[in-house]
Write a protein that binds this ligand. Sequence first.
Ligand code: BDR
Ligand code: CA
Length: 326
Amino acid sequence: MTDQPIPVIIDCDTGVDDALALLLAVRHPGLDLRAVTCVAGNTGVDGVVRNTLTVLEVAGAGDVPVARGAERPLIEAARSSTVHGVDGMGDIDGLPAPTRTAADVDAVTLLRREILASPRPVTLIPTAPLTNIALLLRTHPEVTRNIERIVFMGGAVAVGNATPVAEFNVWHDPEAAAILLTAGVPITMYGLDVFQRVVVPGADVRRLRASAEPGARLAGELLAHRPSAPEPDGDELAGGLGDAGAVCAVADPAGLTTRLLPVEVSLAPGPTRGQTIVDRRPRPGESELHGGTTREQALVDVALDVDVKRYVQLYLETVEGAWARP
Ligand code: BDR
Ligand code: CA
């Protein structure tokens, strides 16, 4: 055990909840955010870069290197989405433009550089379509020697959101997700099954929005704009942590219940494309018993349950810091 901070890199498509994840990673004393890479997803990649730079500045981490990555999935065309507003950040009023620009290297180059330069193995936290990560693994496979693990937000055991069975990040670039699953490093899938459950109550969102501290106030604005957040007790201001839950899972793994299970991405055209097929059967089925082809499936730590109160508390205590305390 070491109490040195865990070196982490976030690959994101900022994105309202990616912004919540960045705020947490910057402010958590147990995490050392070494770089942020950007990929097309919630909005176009240039918008993602702009949003990411803005959030880092508001959070007080203006020197963390940021790089622009893939502008479309590996195979499919770029898709535009307005789920996170026109600007990808919920169209929040008064967001400052960033004062600095991205690094002069692309995302894959920055990922390789920062992973190999880290004195201790890096934990990667992708919260977006996995295009950059797939390109990294195919271009520079040697990086895996200095990757501790990959905790990605994506996939679903049960129900999808982009389609009835597929989660957005995997659906957006299924081939990239399939490459990630076979990276040969430990992988945790923080999927929709837990992602949708970690909701900050409206009273906390109201307090954050009223904060005099810009980072905490931004967290409140973002939570209030979380798309499709569940509304416990009809509280319309309650907001899901979304991608930030994957960062909680790195900072505090004990809040997450996982099981090592075979996972495969459906690459077939049609209604299952982008589905993460998680094999939860207790024993081999008829297909295996009767000589069906044995499929090579990656074993992934799949998140099955989450301690909601614990992660909400972790988020609020970290992002509000001293400012909210009387
Ligand atoms: C994922 O899709 C995006 O809208 C969110 O930022 C999150 O990463 C959830 O399916
Ligand atoms: Ca995201």
